[in-house]
Design a protein around this ligand. Structure first.
Ligand code: FPP
Length: 267
């Protein structure tokens, strides 16, 4: 059996262990470890980012095949501007190239692509490619790919707070009308269900300013694998782990299964 066939068989075996009725609708991913992967191999960090693009393609395909509906990936954080100019420029160029090369296939796959974050500081050429990609795919409905670029969770929350404060001071809303639903309706992810699962690669155990509001009740899966080595197999492992969790949203699942005294205050 060829190496490719062995991998395919391993993935098929894992898929069999997945309950298709309980596949998370929305998965968020912090794709971490590109730089370390490249450095470990004696390559410039850019090699890791290049390799990471292929992994992202594999995970989009795998999650869509499994029945997920939304994938949100952290491609560039508000903090990433502090990296050396050469790396920032490389990443900006990579985003442009990848989008130019892949957008037709994304469209053929009926994937809608949406960019989340403040795109203002990016070069006009990238902004143009982004807006063309969004308008080309805007009516696609099989799968939604959210790419977070120059995104920061705190910044997003502050922006919503400002908007609501302005609406309140102009009399459009009353302060007493501010609630979670109204707050949600002003978020960049407005209309999108919160992620049930957050995957972070490279073993880091932080949220790093990603989707702070939206991840309130998400299950978190930390993979020790660096993003360029992540693949469908590792993704399926994350889904199986997620399905073994007992999602209680701060409540208790069943009084028959668990006595009141044994349960935690919240989970
Ligand atoms: C984190 O690794 C990765 C990034 C900051 C960039 C991720 C971008 C891609 C995979 C390309 C995606 C392309 C599109 C069009 C969405 P790191 O550099 O923080 O790694 P380190 O923690 O080892 O330094």
């Amino acid at each position: 059996m060829s190496f490719g066939k062995v991998i395919e068989q391993l993935n098929t075996d894992l898929v069999k262990r997945i309950d298709k009725q309980k596949v998370p609708e929305h998965v968020a991913i912090i794709m971490d470890g590109n730089g370390r992967w490249a450095t470990k191999k004696g390559f410039p960090r850019s090699f890791g980012h290049n390799k990471g693009v292929g992994v992202l393609k594999e995970i989009i395909k795998a999650s869509k095949k499994l029945g997920c509906k939304v994938l949100t990936v952290y491609a560039f954080s508000t903090e990433n501007w502090t990296r050396p100019t050469q790396e920032v420029d490389f990443l900006i160029n990579l985003f442009s190239e990848v989008l130019k090369n892949e957008i037709d296939e994304i469209h053929q796959e009926s994937i809608k692509i949406k960019f989340i974050g403040d795109l203002t500081p990016f070069p006009e050429t990238l902004k143009k490619i982004i807006s063309n990609s969004e308008s080309l795919t805007k009516t696609n409905n099989k799968f939604l790919l959210n790419v977070c670029m120059n995104y920061g969770g705190r910044q997003e929350i502050v922006k919503v707070a400002k908007k609501l404060a302005l609406k309140s001071s102009s009399g459009e809303i009353k302060p007493s009308e501010v609630n979670e639903e109204l707050f949600n309706s002003e978020l960049l992810t407005q209309g999108i269900k919160d992620p049930e699962l957050l995957i972070r690669t490279s073993g880091e155990k932080r949220i790093s300013n990603f989707l702070l509001w939206q991840l309130a009740y998400s299950e978190i899966y930390i993979s020790e694998v660096l993003w360029p080595d992540f693949n469908e197999f590792e993704f399926l492992k994350a889904i199986i782990d997620y399905q073994s969790r007992n999602r209680r949203f701060g409540g208790i699942e069943s009084l028959q299964d668990e006595s009141y005294e044994d349960s935690e205050c919240s989970s």
